[in-house]
Design a protein around this ligand. Structure first.
Ligand code: SF4
Length: 483
């Protein structure tokens, strides 16, 4: 099964233009970050919003009424979501779709959130919110309640940061038209801001700015709050920070290749990772005749691998572009058939060959197992896997859809066992230190939780430790470990 990010967010203020088109395009450029629902909210002398399940629809479809409701206003936020908190049934997906509107007695706001709250149960109890709802409702309620007590947004965000453990990049609008955006004190999730011609915008990835012609300024700092009111932006450091712990997995898989972080495009990092992987495993490469990759997130890494190794690169695995249904696939048999249908293997390019397969990661192993089976059926001789993201040995508590140890094949098996289980001739990972080096960041600037079992926030680290202890005594996990 695919790995899924929790959400993508976007927010914008314009002094003189209706902003709905910016919201629409900004979110469409990030639809890969959430397939289950989408939504928009604006301020137009009051807060308005709507949400729908599924991908963002086209603005116009021939012969059909547009499903896109063009909200009016010059201030707005938007969201695409995949759930890692709250229920997965139809009603829950509708209720938890973002933006969320939270109303108190005298204050209200709309919120768009990317991340996950580790102490969600404690937070829900504190604000009196049902445990059946997503963490976003509790976050929004906490901000509203704190605002009603002291009236200051920086105070409310600082209080929130002091009381929750997790990863969060958030943008929202208060009921007086104040647009704001903030990141958790470890800066785990991406969010950048841009500015052009009086317009301020916040976006999970820089592609949300680029599609709108808004100039990227920088990534928000950990613990930073940016507020846009009456056309003026102010900055508050809501929490002090020593180091960021940016999600290392964004570079290998989640982010678009044309997104940029700290001045570098993701595709450049992926290409460097592929080259480093080839240098690391030269002995195995000697056995291979061609390199192929699984489309599409591994293409840049495969190119770097090919350049460094000199192996012929064959684009022998092609994707059936419109077989992309991912949400609501719950049945194991159906999932396998979708995986099968996604890929077209160009058999004459594979038959009788020893092949190097470059991919970004192995999470549960079901996608890789299915693809190797198909390569074997196509007549591949030896199959050697080269994986740019180090072996995933721990869950993610911060909003990626891999929340238990038991679902992670890398947490259960050694590298050699993994090769047997997947029917590969060898599995060759990037070591953690070399992965870190190619990102251009230091080890202490990254979250490496899922590949080291050391998490950047205290409660997540403690939770992981206690689960491992429980599992070592023969215990089991029940669903998402933080709920
Ligand atoms: S645990 Fe892994 S996937 Fe989750 S935020 Fe950290 S690096 Fe990213």
């Amino acid at each position: 099964m695919s790995k899924r990010e929790k959400c993508g967010i976007f927010g914008i203020y314009s002094p003189d233009e209706q902003i709905f088109p910016y919201l629409y395009w900004g979110m469409l450029a990030q639809n890969h970050r959430g397939h289950q629902s989408h939504g928009f909210a604006t301020y137009n002398n009051g807060l308005e919003y709507y949400t729908e399940l599924g991908l963002i629809p086209p603005i116009k479809e021939p012969g059909k009424e547009s499903k896109v409701k063009q909200l009016e206003g010059k201030i707005g936020i938007a969201n695409v979501r995949y759930t890692t908190s709250g229920g997965k049934d139809y009603q829950a997906l509708c209720y938890d779709a973002m933006p969320i509107l939270s109303k108190g007695e005298s204050k209200s706001l709309v919120l768009s959130f990317n991340g996950n709250i580790v102490n969600v149960r404690e937070l829900q109890e504190k604000v009196g919110i049902s445990k059946d709802t997503s963490d976003t409702h509790a976050l929004a309620a906490l901000i509203v309640q704190t605002l009603e007590e002291n009236g200051s947004l920086p105070e409310a965000i600082s209080y929130l940061m002091n009381n929750i453990d997790g990863a969060y990049s958030i943008t929202g609008i208060l009921d007086d038209g104040t647009l704001f955006a903030f990141k958790d004190p470890n800066g785990i999730k991406p969010m950048c801001y841009g500015f052009t011609d009086g317009k301020y915008a916040f976006s999970s990835e820089s592609t949300g700015l680029a599609i709108n012609g808004i100039e990227w300024q920088r990534e928000l700092r950990p613990g930073e709050l940016l507020i846009v009111k009456d056309g003026v932006m102010s900055q508050v450091q809501a929490q002090p920070w020593k180091n960021q712990a940016f999600c290392a997995f964004e570079f290998a898989y989640f982010s678009r290749p044309d997104s940029r972080y700290n001045g570098r495009y993701v595709y450049e990092i992926r290409r460097a990772l592929g080259a480093a992987l080839a240098r690391k495993h030269g002995d195995k490469i000697k056995r291979c005749e061609i390199v192929v990759c699984l489309p599409e997130s591994a293409i840049d890494a495969a190119y770097g691998f090919h350049e460094e190794s000199g192996l012929k690169w064959e684009m022998a695995l092609r994707r059936h572009r419109y077989v992309s249904q991912r949400a609501f696939i719950t049945d194991g048999v159906d999932r396998q058939s979708v995986i099968y249908r996604k890929l077209n293997i160009l058999t004459p390019k594979i038959v009788g060959k020893n092949i190097a397969v470059v991919d970004d990661s192995i999470v549960r192993g079901d996608t890789m197992r299915g693809n190797i089976k198909r390569l074997r059926e196509a007549g591949a001789q030896e199959i050697h896997l080269f994986i740019t993201y180090p072996k995933i040995i721990g869950p993610c508590f911060y909003g990626i859809d891999m929340s238990t140890y038991k679902e992670l094949i890398g947490a259960q098996l050694s590298v050699d066992e993994l090769a047997v289980e997947l029917d590969a001739d060898s599995v060759n990972y990037m070591p953690v230190d070399e992965y870190v080096k190619e990102t251009g960041l230091r080890r202490d600037q990254l979250c490496l939780g899922c590949i080291t079992n050391k998490y950047p926030t205290a409660q997540a680290d403690e939770l992981a430790r206690s689960i491992r202890k429980e599992l070592s005594k023969g215990g089991t996990e029940k669903g998402r470990v933080y709920e």
